[in-house]
Design a protein around this ligand. Structure first.
Ligand SMILES: Cc1cc2nc3c(=O)[nH]c(=O)nc-3n(C[C@H](O)[C@H](O)[C@H](O)COP(=O)(O)O)c2cc1C
Length: 173
């Protein structure tokens, strides 16, 4: 089977991580793949903030968890790296653009032996006053909103199997 197809079929969302952080070169290659996602009108109006600092990561974790109603839970499942994807809300395609960047990151990660999971609630987390301040401190422009989060690291325990694909998922007319 073709390597790219194998990656797309075998990547899974991982919900338990070791503390090991992927090396810098690997991380950079994964994030670069994010920057090559298809994007509306080729505007590249998205931005990736990759957090490895444990203190900042915990703040981002709390912001995301707060949206769930339980600030103490860990919606990042102990992953040591959190890639936050922001997009310019003035672009009609900003949600699609940001989601594709996040998806590229997850697939590229798997191709390089790094596990991941797409995590929701970036929008709400960075709409909060604390979230907006934090994003500003990273140089994220005011008109950018949180779209997606890709957590990254190495799985702990069993690697999950994919759910069977539903019937009639694809029809070729
Ligand atoms: C937009 C989006 C949001 C998601 N949010 C979460 C999330 O907040 N927490 C989580 O554990 N998984 C989340 N996932 C992962 C999905 O649950 C996962 O992709 C799905 O169950 C299929 O499993 P697989 O990725 O292993 O094929 C999200 C996926 C997408 C595409």
């Amino acid at each position: 089977m073709n390597d790219t197809i194998r990656t797309l079929l075998n990547r899974r969302s991982i919900r338990s991580y070791t503390d090991k952080i992927p090396d810098c070169k690997t991380l950079e290659a994964i994030l670069e793949a994010g920057t090559y996602a298809p994007n509306g009108m080729g505007a590249q109006d998205t931005m990736i903030i990759c957090v490895t600092d444990p203190e900042v990561r915990d703040t981002v974790r709390r912001l995301n968890a707060t949206v769930t109603g339980d600030p103490n839970r860990d919606p990042f499942y102990g992953a040591p790296v959190v890639a936050l994807v922001f997009a310019n809300r003035e672009r009609p395609t900003h949600v699609e653009d940001g989601a594709l960047v996040t998806g590229n990151i997850c697939n590229a990660a798997y191709a390089l032996g790094v596990d991941s999971c797409y995590i929701f609630r970036a929008k709400e987390a960075f709409e909060s006053e604390e979230g907006r301040k934090l994003a500003k401190s990273w140089g994220v422009p005011d008109n950018y909103i949180g779209v997606g989060t890709a957590i990254l690291g190495y799985h702990k325990g069993d690697f999950p199997k994919p759910a069977p694909r539903k019937a009639n998922f694809v029809k070729i007319i």
